[in-house]
Design a protein around this ligand. Structure first.
Ligand code: ARG
Length: 569
């Protein structure tokens, strides 16, 4: 039952205003003594030209109570609603048992496609912790939108185009060794690339050679292509290891180079639409009118640029997928790039550019400072995950020495802990990554949520109802779960579907992470207060029903974030 919806519907009927707008205004009071939901009437004061307390009194007067709402109070300019506990408990439990894994799912996205561009590592560069946010935020968004009924297309827009690949070939031919590259993979390519930059300072003629090799790649020269494809395979193999650990899958790996054949048409179109200006030999779209530096389309040698590729890519995606939204999960360092090429698409007359969104996020740094691939200061994401897994194993071994499948659980907990860190805050927030913090079992972390889930499962197993939870609903007595701690827990569980929708509306998975944490905190309060095993059959069954609902809600929330929920820990 969506209480905000129910209340908004009631209010909408009385004040003649838009339901969705009213729904947005409804709050959950910080203190349950002020009601389960509150409606701030000052939001309507301007429209209705009346003082908020008066509006509140009038709405209260006209509102009919039923078995959903027990009481309405007017406090200042607020209407405070007290919902019927019995109804809340029963409807929430019924909903969650009926839907199971699909709890909080919806059909709002049916028949619509959302394209999500995320992860997008650059070929021949290490897959480091800087790729964590884009990969896990993109994965979470794709799961969230699927849950809401959308058809999603996950695209890994590989950075596989540019003169740097010419440079890499020059470096490989000068100093490279096949066996070393095969053995050390991207690390060796990086070493070659760094060496190239050191040497090219003394020998600028190397750059001409690099350009020539890059041209050979573009022209499909056999040797150039086979080297390039080899570098690409090595890079993808190391990224794929991480994707497997994270449970991340892509529908397409069409990267920058994929769009090469479509570039001339984009340039032609820009020219025909009179958007190109020649500036110092380069072709640009002048954006000074919009207070932005020009968008570079062609270099003086005729080569296309990152923005040219993105313009072409967006048009291709619109034609191919007819998306209702195209999301780019890319760091905020590229804010300007997105603003610029979105503006160019708009000037080209593509009104669907309003459906394109740069889902930006903050930087990840290590406790001892920022990272730089150039300087060789970075950590591989794979190493971070492995470190988290071994640390999780130490903690688990200490806390629960007799646990079966320790390795499996350590993997779920270690990976979950790392995945959680960019998902627990507003995306835009910078993160300082610390292994100790993400693995804290008592903090607002993935292991804390996973532990709560495992605790619920073990209670259900102990009581012999694990896997047969739905039977708990038969002849359910709700009375033993109407204490204020139990009701607060149920309210939080019943708010998960709305949190999922909000997470999608704002492209902010943290809304789900916070909801899951809230459910766990409330469960732990309830559990401390209420005895379960050892109570009379009636009381025990009703409390177990709440335990099972908690487990389900937490596992659904974790799944949407890309975190596994072990049954034991
Ligand atoms: N490869 C780029 C980078 O590492 C990110 C690409 C993001 N996607 C896009 N369509 N521009 O910076």
């Amino acid at each position: 039952m969506d209480y905000k919806e129910i209340l908004a519907t009631k209010i909408a009927g009385l004040v003649n205003m838009d339901l969705n707008e009213l729904k947005e205004y409804i709050e959950i009071p910080p203190n349950p003594e002020l009601g389960d939901y509150a409606f701030p009437c000052f939001r309507l004061a301007k429209e209705l030209k009346k003082a908020p307390p008066m509006i509140a009194a009038e709405i209260k007067e006209k509102m009919e109570l039923d078995n959903v709402i027990d009481r309405v109070d007017v406090v200042g300019g607020y209407l405070n609603f007290y919902i019927n506990k019995e109804g809340l408990v029963r409807s929430t439990l019924e909903d969650i048992y009926k839907k199971g894994e699909a709890y909080g799912s919806s059909e709002i996205g049916n028949g619509k496609t959302i394209v999500i561009d995320y992860s997008a590592p650059n070929i021949a560069k290490p897959f480091h912790i800087g790729h964590l946010s884009t990969t896990v935020i993109g994965n979470a968004l794709s799961r969230i939108y699927k849950h809401l009924g959308y058809n999603t297309v996950s695209i890994n827009h590989l950075g596989d185009w540019g003169t740097q690949f010419g440079k890499l070939i020059v470096a490989y031919k000068l100093w490279g060794d096949e066996a070393a590259v095969n053995e050390k993979s991207v690390m060796e390519l990086l070493r070659l690339y760094v060496k190239y930059h050191e040497e090219a300072e003394q020998h600028p003629e190397m750059d001409d050679e690099a350009r020539a090799w890059f041209k050979k790649i573009e022209d499909g020269d056999g040797e150039a292509l086979s080297l390039f494809n080899w570098f690409k395979e090595l890079t993808l193999a190391s990224a794929n290891k991480v994707y497997d650990m994270l449970g991340v899958k892509f529908d397409s790996y069409a990267g920058e180079s994929f769009y090469t054949p479509f570039m001339p048409a984009t340039v032609d179109e820009l020219r025909k639409k009179n958007l190109l200006t020649v500036d110092d030999g380069a072709s640009i779209v002048d954006l000074s009118e919009y207070n932005m530096p020009p968008c570079l389309i062609l270099k003086s040698d005729g080569a296309t640029l990152y923005a040219t590729r993105d313009i072409t890519t967006a048009i291709y995606r619109k034609n191919t997928y007819d998306f209702c939204k195209l999301l780019y999960v890319v760091a905020y360092q590229q804010d300007l790039h997105f603003k610029q090429f979105f503006k160019v698409l708009e000037l080209m007359g593509y009104d669907w550019v309003k459906d394109c969104e740069h889902v930006n996020y903050g930087m990840v740094s290590l406790e001892d400072g920022a990272m730089s691939t150039r300087k060789g200061k970075y950590i591989l994401l794979e190493d971070v995950l492995n470190a988290a897994i071994s640390k999780a194993k130490e903690i688990i071994t200490e806390k629960n020495p007799s646990l079966e499948k320790k390795d499996e659980v350590a993997r779920q907990v270690g990976v979950g802990a790392v995945v959680w860190s960019p998902l627990y805050n507003n995306r835009i927030k910078d993160i300082v990554f610390s292994l100790d913090k993400v693995l804290n079992f008592e903090g607002e972390t993935a292991p804390y949520a996973q532990y709560t889930h495992a605790r619920c499962c073990s209670l259900l197993k102990k009581a012999g109802v694990f896997g047969k939870e739905a039977e708990l609903l038969d002849a359910l007595d709700t009375e033993p779960i109407t204490s204020s701690n139990a009701v607060e827990l149920i309210k939080s569980i019943s708010a998960l579907p709305d949190s999922i929708k909000q997470a999608a509306d704002k492209n902010e998975p943290y809304i789900i992470a916070r909801r899951v944490t809230d459910i766990c905190g409330k469960f732990n309060k309830f559990y401390t207060e209420s005895r379960i095993i050892g109570e009379s059959e009636n009381v025990m069954r009703s409390r177990l029903a709440l335990v099972a609902a908690t487990a389900k809600a937490v596992s659904v929330g974790l799944y949407l974030l890309g975190v596994e929920a072990p049954e034991q820990m």
